[in-house]
Design a protein around this ligand. Structure first.
Ligand code: HEC
Length: 131
């Protein structure tokens, strides 16, 4: 299954982030935010498998809490709508760390991806829907 996620990631680079900047930049360099998003995809995929196996998610990468301060390709990180939606995700991560109901908070974390991507770049939704 994993290669499908990676393939989808490669495709999403085309679908997301590049936008109008593609004309200005010959070479697409992943932004800080893109890089962390890719780690979030891989981690979420593993977390899903962990829960499906009935196991406990041991830890959440602390770098994910820095989401709001990572620079985005098109400056989305500076926008109020973006900042407003970051807590949806980080609060879900805290729930996973508290180990209340990890399934509940995992689902909430994926819902947070969908909320933000519904506004900011729909490309990755095809990957997010598999998480
Ligand atoms: C608060 C808003 C927000 C949340 C929450 C969010 N994203 Fe993103 N995501 C963005 C923005 C904005 C970009 C564009 C980043 C850029 O191009 O610099 C992006 C980019 C991406 C990309 C493309 C990365 C690339 O290769 O360029 C993927 C994949 C992605 N997000 C997946 C996810 C997943 C999975 C989650 C949840 C675990 C998530 N996102 C949560 C806003 C968000």
């Amino acid at each position: 299954m994993k290669w499908i996620i990676f393939l989808a990631l490669v495709l999403s680079i085309i679908a997301c982030g590049q936008g109008n900047k593609a004309e200005k930049a010959d070479m697409y360099q992943a932004s800080e935010l893109s890089a962390i998003m890719r780690e979030m995809v891989i981690w979420s995929n593993e977390a899903k498998a962990t829960l499906a196996a009935g196991d406990t998610i041991e830890s959440v990468p602390q770098s994910f809490y820095d989401l709001a301060t990572q620079t985005a390709t098109l400056g989305e990180h500076d926008e109020a709508a973006f900042k407003g939606m970051v807590p949806l995700y980080t609060d879900a991560l805290k729930g996973i760390e508290r180990r209340d109901s990890q399934q509940y908070y995992y689902d909430a974390s994926i819902q947070a991806c969908k909320s933000c991507h519904g506004v900011y770049c729909g490309g990755p939704l095809s990957i997010i829907n598999q998480l």
